[in-house]
Design a protein around this ligand. Structure first.
Ligand code: NAD
Length: 260
């Protein structure tokens, strides 16, 4: 028996990275998954490969895309009772050098995208009798991080949205939690993965060297590890009494400063 037998879960930003691993794991655990992204070719290919999945083009910052995605999900599977708001973008910049457009774009995708996801999908989950929402915040959503001011602001906002949504949606039998990953080995933290001319081994070694010093557990995290936390928070049996909480998954990075 799978942990998500009978469940229908929409996962945003699911064409690659953490969202891809969540889609793979959720299908393995018995769910039917709506793979939502703006990377159509990759998303379509993934849905076809894993089976029990449907791809939909969903730009999370567009309300009309959300409405259309809900229709696709209901036509394919009859209901929605889970949502993983995973899509996100990152830009590095000093705050005083950040163009307004860049700041607003990050807010639009990371923060407005999560708001629209909750607003559009929660009524569907309620109609299905209840379920869960997992929002993807970040280590940068629970502490300051230089040169990612816009990103960090949106991730703090996601933690706040998670708490408010949990309070408002608990009577509707919807639990809402957030995952807060530290450094995870995806294209976001390691853009060399996307560059056909990059020396990916060299980039991976540089990252490994960096995180062996920064992170107490001594390595970068893997997207599969975040997927297992999202699974725990989506599975009703495992996390039935948990709502409104941010869960840090960072190899101990946030635990404190080590002097050795
Ligand atoms: P990634 O860049 O590999 O994946 C992000 C996915 O989101 C991509 O598939 C991308 O196409 C999609 N996306 C971007 N804009 C979108 C939009 N407007 N609508 C729909 N989809 C969109 O990176 P990842 O590491 O897998 O990131 C997943 C989530 O985890 C993000 O919210 C990110 O902020 C968060 N996160 C990542 C790290 C890390 O170190 N990688 C750390 C903390 C939090």
């Amino acid at each position: 028996m799978g942990k998500l037998d009978g469940r229908v879960v929409v996962i945003t930003g699911a064409a690659r990275g953490q969202g891809e691993q969540e889609a793979r794991l959720f299908v393995k655990e018995g769910a039917r998954v709506v793979v939502a992204d703006v990377l159509d070719d990759q998303g379509e290919a993934l849905a076809k490969e894993i089976g029990n999945a449907t791809y939909v083009h969903l730009d999370v910052s567009r309300e009309e895309d959300w409405r259309a995605a809900v229709e696709v999900a209901k036509n394919a599977y009859g209901k929605i009772d889970g949502l993983v708001n995973n899509a996100g973008i990152l830009r590095f910049n000093e705050l005083t050098a950040t163009p307004l457009d860049e700041f607003q774009q990050i807010v639009q995708v990371n923060q407005v995208g999560v708001f629209l996801g909750i607003k559009t999908v929660a009524p569907e989950i309620e109609a299905a009798g209840g379920g869960s929402i997992v929002n993807t915040a970040s280590y940068a959503g629970v502490t300051g991080m230089a040169y990612v001011g816009a990103y960090g602001a949106t991730k703090h906002a996601i933690v706040g949205l998670t708490r408010t949504a949990a309070l408002e949606l608990a009577p509707k039998k919807i639990r809402v939690n957030a995952v807060c990953p530290g450094a995870i080995d995806t294209a976001m933290s390691n853009p060399a993965q996307l560059d056909p001319n990059a020396n990916t081994e060299e980039a991976a070694e540089a990252l490994a060297g960096l995180y062996s010093k920064l992170v107490p557990i001594g390595r970068v995290g893997q997207p599969e590890e975040v997927a297992r936390l999202a699974l725990f928070l989506t599975c009703e049996e495992d996390s039935s009494y948990i709502t409104g909480q941010p869960f840090v998954i960072d190899g101990g990075w946030l635990a404190g400063v080590s002097i050795l």
